[in-house]
Design a protein. Sequence first.
Length: 403
Amino acid sequence: METTGHMPSARRLDLHYMAMQAGFWAMFAAIVAYQTALLLERGFTNSEAGLMTAVRCLAGIVFQPLLGSFADRHPHIPLKGIVTLSMVLSLAAGVWYWLCPAMGLWETTLVWVVIGGLEVSSYPLMDAMAVQFINDGVPIRYSLGRGVGSFAYAVVCVLLGLQVTALGMESTLVTHLALVGIEILLVATYPPYRGTIRQGERGPKPQSALSLLKHNPRFTLMLAGVFLGLTAIMPLSNFLVNIVTSRGGTQAHLGVALFLMGGFELPTAFFFQKLLRRLGSGWLLVLSMGFGTLKAVLLLLTWNWAGVLAVQPIQMLGYGLFTPASVYYVNESVPAADRVKGQTVMMVASNGLGGMMGGVLAGYTLDLGGANLMLGACILCGCAGALLCLASVLGGGKKVRPT
């Protein structure tokens, strides 16, 4: 279907998308950054808290492909409608979680299934909301929006630390609910896409996720590399507290390290497009996996908390580069009818499976030999991931280049 209305202004689309990115990552920080601490305060054991983290990741792994496939098979339904409904349902679960602090394990599990499966999993569809305009030539600065989101995450982590000290851990749930409400409004008011339908009536039909992987071996190989790379990279943030304390740092130093880690993802936005034009999205993913692994090497070589802080700027070429590069890579290497599904599959392989396996890897190695053993395992895993990504880029055929 051709354009049926006037295209919204590029400036409005750009600024509104940046606001959505900031809102999502602020919301994410409010519920995820203090997830374990809140569960422990509610009387759960460390094992049960770990189980809830796994439940959140697994829910995302299950729901993200389902939401992506639904969006691809129902192109007449606006993406923002799917995202809005997902977040409304998560908001309802969040209200229940806040009002019932004494809920048991099964009720808590259900809450985290909804939050992990609908709220956190809505992010790839938000990406697709911008990408469909980008595909029509609208100059939305996706990488800058992602950088603004990282900065919002960093700021909210610091502010929540102050809030917890003043008002207690349960107060983070109120902040989360308020931020979810704001994000729902931002998504619902995003300008509707009136260009070409995501799946043309005469175009190729969407494939299943398994068919997509089977018929695109280079994409599948890149996913394998990203999975191993994120398994190595995620513990460097999720278990940063163990690294800081092993170097003589305190909770105050951890707050500064988290702020620097998130803040240094912002500068990536200002040079990302130049790197994309020069290298292509596939090579940027290789670069991201390489620098993410290098960060683990440098952290292993530190001997005090100041060294941990000094290493954080490398985030701009590590994980800070990964998210925008992965979005462009999927958009350029997956058939148009499968792009929404492709984004969700990438998110499953990276933050989903990679995040979950990174937690397993970190937990086991920390108990076995401390932070240094964890960092050593991350280095080995990261090297393997970078090599697989490199093999995908060098695997022959048409080179993935920005369009």
